[in-house]
Ligand binder design. Structure first.
Ligand SMILES: [Zn+2]
Length: 85
């Protein structure tokens, strides 16, 4: 699933479910490969981080319930950009 310029986001949220780490990353520069895989990597486990889109609200690291939800969504290639803000 690719996102075009529809939302023209400059900063998207990237998340690592394993580390429960997320931050905003400037995406105005090329950052992903043609197949959509991100080269943004988790600073902790160096796994590719998942692009959660611009409207994503980063949960607290202690919020296990919320992170579990995110994990499931990531597994199903869900993006928060599909949700109304
Ligand atoms: Zn990680």
């Amino acid at each position: 699933m690719m996102f075009e310029d529809r939302f023209s986001p400059n900063k998207a949220n990237f998340a690592c479910c394993q580390c429960r780490l997320a931050f905003r990353q400037d995406v105005s520069m090329p950052y992903h490969a043609v197949d959509g895989s991100q080269s943004v990597r988790c600073p902790k486990c160096s796994q590719p981080m998942h692009n959660m889109g611009v409207g994503f609200v980063i949960p607290r690291s202690k919020d296990a319930k919320q992170w579990h939800k995110i994990e499931l969504l990531v597994q199903h290639d869900f993006s928060f950009e599909l949700l109304p803000a």
